[in-house]
Design a protein around this ligand. Structure first.
Ligand code: ATP
Ligand code: MG
Ligand code: MG
Length: 549
């Protein structure tokens, strides 16, 4: 694989190895199991795994499971599956909750050093005393408790003597610090909640800012990579590592968070869409979740190539979703067999073709990859074409089928529209055409030219299929991620379903098989809704785009 280009994180690693601070690189990907992974996580996974790999280092998968209220084993399993599917192998699998004993000991150590105290204030009172950017915070009376009293109270917190919210453990740092994160941040809270891993053993749980540096240090993480919103927490991260007397000294480094246009990314919003059944589960093909992209038809290769491109383009703001689409087109172009599908069928009877005869035509599977070989397509007197490839009263420059006009059927013959059959409502239900046997594809016929080539499927052997065509989930390009009212911006037409036909050679297409349907784009066999007698295709992406890298 291609080495990642030089970047500031890599430069730090090179220097740390060069000056002997570390002799190996260890990173971690630390998801909280409170939802499914999304494309933003893929960026983080890519950065952590590929940087470590470049130095022959290691990457752990660690579940940051310190908040039992929101976490679930379903999410643990889906995250493992998604990381593996993306093509990464973790060195060790850890749960932050496995370190709860160690974290408790370190908290006791802080108390013994006079660096932590038990607080009686409620969450609101703590907030009210925290001060602002321009005003220092106000010290709490609890700050002056003796070490003995703090040790006793903290132990009683652990033993379940107090109710949720009655007490917290705070670091004793500096209520006047210009960095609000250092104004005696909360280290432990009480939550009488069963935990998916530790059961009812604990009723106090560490806060992220305390737990994360300890987790990193325990695992010997050398570089703890996270997104920019944690930048202000870095001094607290270092404070915890130092004052808890951790042996290892991991270093936190921040990188840019990925946002994509026309979608939502935060797990809170994704969960709402799932819980409110606005989408078809966490793996809905419209979602930017890894499982949604997989079901849509994305490949790990395309997602990794996208992340690699992100690593070098350092723009802020949302990345155009068309850039992601660019990479799946590039990947499928040479991989996907090409075939024909009629999404909205209109029946055509070829009146001068012998009744009962079916001939097999030859077509290349992918003209860009001749090694993929040829396929056979049946042709007979009755075929389906696309409804939109016929117009009774066409505008100028319409080169498809209309009364009296001749077009090429891809891989087959020229046909000419002779008669239009309508139902009692005037809807066109069938066309009568003639074909010219001289014009068979591949015979080198040059007698005359036609301007339009359309696709088709032979009717008697056609395989019925459902096609799901997707559009952006969110209408606006960019949403204020914390705006809260994103539900007002949902595209009511993000899913269009069509019932049509595919070539018979696709009768045994399997879930996740991918095809390029002539003129329609790339499609993936849906693993959730396809059955043995009804195939459902998700459109991954259409063929054309104006997007340029
Ligand atoms: P969200 O806010 O979407 O719920 P999170 O940050 O709470 O995500 P975690 O499970 O804590 O999700 O994230 C695991 C790792 O993935 C963290 O290191 C986090 O910084 C990183 N990460 C999450 N979202 C993104 C993103 N959009 N771009 C890049 N990295 C991300
Ligand atoms: Mg998080
Ligand atoms: Mg979050």
């Amino acid at each position: 694989e291609k080495a990642t280009p030089s970047n500031f994180i890599k430069n730090i690693m090179v220097e740390d190895l060069h000056n002997g601070k570390h002799d190996t690189i260890v990173t971690r990907f630390p998801p909280e199991p409170n939802g499914y992974l999304h494309i933003g996580h893929a960026k983080s996974i890519f950065i952590n795994f590929s940087l470590a790999d470049e130095f022959n280092g290691k990457t752990n998968l660690r579940f940051d499971d310190t908040n039992p209220l929101k976490e679930d084993i379903e999410f643990v399993e889906s995250i493992k599956e998604d990381v593996k599917w993306l093509g990464y192998e973790w060195e060790n699998l850890h749960f932050a909750s496995d370190y709860f004993d160690e974290m408790y000991k370190r908290a006791v150590l802080l108390i013994k050093k006079g660096l932590a105290y038990v607080e009686d204030f409620s969450a609101d009172e703590i907030r009210e005393h925290r001060g602002t950017l321009t005003e220092p915070g106000i010290e709490s009376p609890s700050r002056n408790r003796s070490i003995e009293e703090n040790l006793d109270l903290f132990e009683r917190m652990k033993n379940g003597v107090f109710a949720n919210g009655e007490k917290v453990l705070r670091a004793k740092i500096d209520m006047a610090s210009p960095n609000i994160n250092l104004r005696d941040p909360v280290l432990y809270r009480i939550s009488h909640t069963n935990h998916h891993n530790t059961g009812d053993k604990w009723c106090i749980y560490p806060m992220y800012a305390f737990a994360h540096p300890i987790e990193d240090a325990i695992e010997g993480i050398t570089h703890s990579l996270c997104t920019v919103e944690f930048e202000d927490q870095r001094p607290l991260y270092d404070w915890v590592v130092k004052n808890c007397e951790m042996e290892a000294t991991p270093r936190q480094i921040e990188f840019g968070r990925l946002n994509l246009t026309n979608t939502v990314m935060s797990k809170r919003k994704l969960k709402l869409l799932v819980d409110e059944k606005i989408v078809d589960g966490w793996d809905d093909p419209r979602l930017p979740t890894i499982s949604g992209l997989r079901r849509r038809g994305y490949t790990p290769e395309a997602i990794r190539a996208f992340c690699e491109e992100l690593a070098i383009t350092k723009g802020s703001g949302a990345v155009d979703v068309q850039m992601l689409e660019h990479f799946i087109r590039e990947d499928l172009k040479l991989k996907a067999p090409r075939t024909m599908a009629v999404l909205k069928p209109l029946k055509v009877v070829i009146t001068n073709y012998p009744e009962g005869q079916v001939e097999m035509l030859d077509a290349e599977i992918n003209p860009e990859v001749p090694e993929m070989g040829m396929r056979k397509i049946p042709f007979s007197r009755e075929i389906y074409i696309e409804q939109e490839d016929f117009m009774e009263d066409p505008p100028k420059k319409y080169f498809r089928l209309f009364p009296g006009n001749e077009v090429r059927l891809k891989h087959a013959y020229f046909i000419k529209c002779e008669e239009v059959i309508k139902d009692e409502n005037g809807e066109v239900i069938e066309l009568r055409c003639t074909y010219d046997p001289e014009t068979k594809s591949g015979t080198g016929f040059t007698g005359r030219k036609v301007k339009g080539t359309i696709h088709w499927v032979e009717a008697s052997k056609a395989v019925p299929a459902e096609f799901r065509l997707y559009d952006s989930l969110i209408l606006d390009e960019e949403l204020d991620e914390d705006g809260g009212t994103f539900l007002d911006h949902i595209n009511p037409n993000s899913l269009e379903v069509a019932q049509g036909f595919v070539e018979p050679n696709m009768a045994d297409a399997k879930p996740y098989d991918k095809f390029q349907f002539f003129r329609h784009g790339y499609f993936n066999v849906d693993p959730k809704h396809s059955t043995s007698d009804s195939i459902v295709f998700n459109r991954v992406v259409s063929l054309k785009s104006s997007f340029k890298l």
